[in-house]
Design a binder for this molecule. Structure first.
Ligand code: ATP
Ligand code: MG
Length: 426
């Protein structure tokens, strides 16, 4: 019978890969803590309505990428395709938004039925932050500083660039949409079927097209920047000067509109050239209208989300972290004779107590000491404790071997091993 495979586009993360994931998670947790953000956790399932009302009915995500179904009660539910909507729902439901400021972060799986390819999957992991109650532009820049601090921490800051755009408010975007529709009607013959459909539903989304043959038309399209009000411009200009003070480089990308309807004012992406087509590692911006749109009180809001898989790919491509983090053991206890297992376990317990930050592994299953040694070296251990029956019985000692190129070994009383290793390993 054929074996059952994983669902297409949903990946297993194997033991050889998890150290990089853990490193990323630790770095992210450290950076958000240093900026004073608190973690929030919310469910992977929400009412489908929540995503329709926030992300927008005529976005790729809601139109064709959501995993939606009716549950046994007949409720329409969807696996979350992103975190912002659920975060707003949870924060508002529990009274975290009214008349207060919040700095929140989350981490978790998101689900979109996209065509799987490098950097694009159907289940993927996002790190996100959301802030509430701050009109900016200070908070906008803080979000960019926070992400920038993470790139620094991960050692990839020279491989990502910040792109931003001012997309104005809903009314300004409405006027722009009219102009855009008129422009695309005049250039209808050059549009593809997707764009023609968008022309009816949401012309702004045509700017998001990845079809290269559309680019020459897109280059001539009216610019959103020409439609935004002085108030929106002032916010953006102030933000740019704060970025200069913060010494964060940026490029303004007038075509950056983001694929979700709730954004307004400043939107941004961190982009890399090292991952091919899936170059956006982080995207975000302001979404001042969303809380009210979902039934809450009007609340300033801004946030971003980053794709963990793309960051892992970047770390694998640009650093040698995988090798650095591959170590599974510091001390390996080799057991030449089966009747030493009890003594090996007692020694391991003692070492773990004295060296709580180190890993102690016992070899089970016998075999030649030489091949056990190979296993210890492959696990990255610095020391091997070699236990054999006779030596144990005669003198309560073992052979302690340093696993470097020299491979020096000495006899050592079992009772002295912790002290000796503490000196060498700490
Ligand atoms: P893209 O333009 O690459 O489709 P997006 O605009 O749809 O990205 P967002 O919804 O803003 O992405 O999500 C934020 C981040 O999450 C992206 O920048 C990306 O790093 C990551 N991401 C989005 N979709 C996927 C996916 N299907 N697989 C892996 N990562 C993803
Ligand atoms: Mg997308």
């Amino acid at each position: 019978m054929a074996k059952t495979q994983a669902v297409r586009g949903m990946n297993d993360v194997l033991p050889s890969e998890t150290p990089i994931w853990q490193h990323l998670e630790e770095c992210f947790a450290r950076v958000v803590k240093s900026f004073g953000y608190s973690e929030i956790r919310f469910p992977v399932l929400e009412q489908t309505q929540l995503f329709k009302r926030s992300i927008g009915e005529v976005t790729d995500i809601v139109e064709k990428e959501m995993y939606s179904f009716e549950d046994r009660n007949g409720d329409n539910l969807s696996l979350r395709p992103e975190g912002t909507a659920g975060c707003v729902r949870a924060a508002d439901q529990h009274g975290l938004l009214y008349n207060q400021q919040q700095r929140l972060w989350y981490q978790g799986a998101m689900f979109r039925h996209e065509r799987p390819q490098k950097g694009r999957y159907r289940q993927f992991q996002q790190f996100g932050v959301e802030t509430y109650g701050m009109a900016g532009p200070g908070i906008d820049v803080e979000l960019m500083q926070l992400s920038s601090a993470l790139w620094q921490e991960l050692g990839i800051n020279s491989h990502v660039r910040l792109e931003l755009n001012n997309i104005g408010d809903a009314q300004e975007r409405g006027e722009y949409t009219q102009a855009l529709r008129k422009f695309f009607i005049d250039h209808k013959s050059g549009l593809d079927s997707e764009a023609l459909r968008r022309l009816e539903t949401n012309p702004l989304r045509i700017l998001d097209s990845k079809n290269p043959s559309l680019q020459s038309i897109l280059d001539k399209a009216p610019l959103l920047a020409d439609f935004v009000s002085d108030k929106s411009k002032d916010h953006f200009d102030e933000l740019l000067s704060l970025l200069d003070v913060a010494e964060i480089d940026y490029v303004i990308n007038p075509k950056l509109v983001r694929g979700l309807d709730y954004y307004n004012s400043c939107v941004f992406e961190w982009v890399t050239d090292a991952l091919g087509a899936q170059g956006t590692v982080c995207g975000g911006g302001r979404y001042d209208g969303l809380v009210e749109q979902l039934g809450g009180k009007s609340t300033f809001a801004a946030g971003f989300a980053m794709g963990a898989e793309r960051l892992v790919l970047l770390l694998e491509e640009l650093t040698n972290l995988r090798d650095q983090l591959s170590k599974r053991a510091d001390v390996f206890i080799l057991v030449r004779d089966e009747d030493c297992i009890g003594a090996a376990q007692a020694l391991a317990k003692n070492l773990r107590f004295h060296l709580p930050s180190r890993s102690v592994v016992i070899h089970y299953g016998g075999g030649k000491v030489s091949s056990q040694l190979k296993g210890a070296i492959a696990a990255g251990a610095q020391f091997a404790c070699i236990l054999e029956s006779e030596q144990l019985k005669d003198s309560s000692s073992l052979r302690l071997r340093k696993l470097d190129d020299v491979g020096e070994s000495t006899d050592c009383f079992i009772a002295d091993v912790p002290d000796k290793l503490i000196k060498c390993l700490l």
